[in-house]
Structures are given as C-alpha cells and as structure tokens.
Design a protein. Structure first.
Length: 338
C-alpha cells in the first residue's frame, strides 16, 4: 500500500508538471516573437529621449506603463504560485500514508492556496465591475510635453520651415479636401482662438491652403495667431482618402488649437485631431484603422478624464476600440504624419 501511494504521488506530480510546462510553452509560442519583442512587451525599459516625436515624449509614459505591466505580472505570478502549492498539497496528502499530521498540513496548504486565489481574482473582478479605470495607473504628467533634447532640436514659436507659399500639389489636395466638407466629413469652423483670430479654425486652415496661402497656427498654450505653416501633403491626402472610404468624422484641429509644446506637430502642419461621427467604439476603431492604413505614424486617443489629460497611444496604451475617452471632455483621435 505504501509503495502504491508513492507511485500515485509520483504520477500526480509528473502529470501536473507536464501540464504546467505545456501551458508555459504554449503561451511562449503564442506571445513571443524574438528577443526584441520580449523586451518591448514584458520588460520595463526606459525610452530614449532622442526617439521623442514633437508633441509626444514616450519617456513620460515609462513609469505608469511599467507599473501596469508589473501589476499584470503579479496577478499571473500569484496564480502560478497558487497552482504550485495546490499540487504540493495534493502530493503531501497522497503520500501521507495515514499520517494525520501530514494530512492536516496538506489540507491547510490547499485551503490557503484556494483562499489566496479567491482573494486575488475576486478583488480583480470586483474592481473591474465597479470601474475598469481602477485597474489602470495613469500618467502623472501630460505625455505631450517633449523632452529638452527634442525642444532644442526643433524650431521654436513663431518660426516654421514651411511658412512660405504652399506647393502646388498641397494646394490641389486642400481643394479636394475642402470639396468633401459637409458631405463626407465635417471641417470644424470654430476654434480655441477664433475670437482673436478668424483664421484660427480648421476650416480656415484648409481654405487658406486652397487659396495658395499658408495656414495660421497658434500656441503654445493660449497664445493665438503665432505664425504661418503649410499643411502636410501626406496628411491632406490621407484625410481625404479616409473620408472617401465612407468613414464619417469631424476635423477639430489642424494647425490651430491650444497645445502644450512649441514643437507640437500641429504647429508644423503635420497633425490633425479627429472625432468619429457618431462617437462610439466601433467607429473609433474603424477611423484609427483607416488612419494607420493611410500612413499616420503616431495615433493616440485623447480627452480630459477626471481633470487629468489622457494621451493613450494606440496600440501601446489603448486598443482602437477603447471606450476610456469616448463621451468625455475634449475627446478626439490625434494622428500625425512624417
């Protein structure tokens, strides 16, 4: 009988280990795709400030991104440890050979493991049911503030390398985009600086380009009518293509608007803020997919949530169909081109 119990215990442990390592191998095969992807996905590595793009400093997101990854890792690690102790308790129980002290110890380990798993997952489910945002750590500073190095390398307020007359192809692209206004998209005719400068609206930006004149840009902050800039041909063509694809949206900002940094891509004519019509998760996902297909190299979901500015890059910090910002003040999709 004693030998039989040992054989059963050995078989139980062997099968459990096989299932555990099979699960790990499967997860590894499905998730990992090379060392670089592993580091990017699972480790908290600092972002090189030299990779910051105007209006978006990735390094500003490192801390809360790291905390979120560690939080998810802790839940996974806790689950693995609980499973391990459940296996240990089963092994002790089957190999106790009638020893009541060993049986009691095995029962205690088993009960503690089950209790830990209930607390672990029960807390997660409860917080998610109350508010999914309780499971997410948000950045402590606006991520659209660029690093010092990027600021030193980019032109300051009142200067622009594209302040001259727009190129002929950009003028033609602006005319095509303007022709779609009111039918396939809406170009907003109001802006943050409209009361001080009638030229400081998205519609006025496109109209100026269509008339072979550079667009007016504002900022940073609350300053208005700072200078002139030509809107990017790539951006104008991309927005036109998205509108012609059947996705309806409103352009709420081009070169105009109150943005935080002098190096913001809006002030260089390379970024647009868009809101899907109507604003829901499906339309948002479709619009983001179309923008990506038309060359947008940075896409983010923005809004003011609980008095905190949210800048959620897609897909690093939010999925295309995220509902985090939909319906909140200042909601829009930020897209920028090279």
């Amino acid at each position: 009988m004693k030998n039989r119990n040992k054989i059963k215990s050995f078989l139980l442990l062997f099968i459990s280990l096989q299932l555990f390592f099979a699960h790990i191998n499967l997860a590894y095969a499905q998730t990992y795709s090379g060392v670089e992807s592993q580091i990017k996905t699972f480790l908290c590595t600092p972002t090189d400030a030299r990779n910051a793009t105007p209006g978006n400093n990735p390094a500003a997101n490192d801390l809360f991104t790291c905390v979120n990854k560690l939080y998810r890792f802790a839940i996974a690690a806790g689950s693995v440890m609980a499973l391990f102790f459940i296996v240990i308790s089963g092994y002790l129980w089957m190999s106790s050979d009638g020893n009541q002290e060993t049986v009691d110890k095995a029962k205690s380990i088993f009960a503690s493991s089950i209790t830990a798993m209930v607390i672990l997952f029960g807390g997660y489910v409860l917080l998610r049911a109350l508010n999914p945002d309780l499971l997410r750590y948000n950045p402590i500073q606006p991520p659209d503030v660029t690093g010092l190095l990027a600021t030193q390398q980019m032109p300051g307020a009142g200067t622009s390398p594209s302040a001259g007359a727009p190129a002929a192809d950009a003028v033609s692209a602006a005319k095509v985009l303007l022709s779609l206004n009111g039918s396939k998209l809406t170009i907003q005719s109001t802006g943050d600086c409209q009361s001080q400068s009638p030229q400081s609206t998205p519609l006025a930006n496109v109209q100026a380009m269509a008339n072979s004149q550079p667009a007016t840009y504002d900022g940073p902050g609350t300053t208005c009518n700072v200078g002139k800039v030509s809107l990017s041909l790539n951006m104008l063509n991309a927005i036109t293509n998205v509108a012609n694809s059947g996705i309806n949206f409103t352009i709420t900002s081009l070169a105009t608007g109150h943005h935080a940094a002098t190096t913001d891509p809006h002030y260089q004519g390379k970024a647009a803020d868009l809101v899907p019509n109507p604003a829901n998760a499906n339309n948002q996902a479709s619009l983001i997919s179309a923008l990506k297909s038309n060359g947008a190299n940075v896409i983010a979901i923005e809004c003011d949530l609980n008095r905190t500015h949210q800048y959620l890059t897609v897909p690093a910090q939010a999925q295309p169909n995220s509902t985090t910002c939909i319906g909140f003040s200042g909601y829009h999709i930020h897209a920028q081109w090279q």
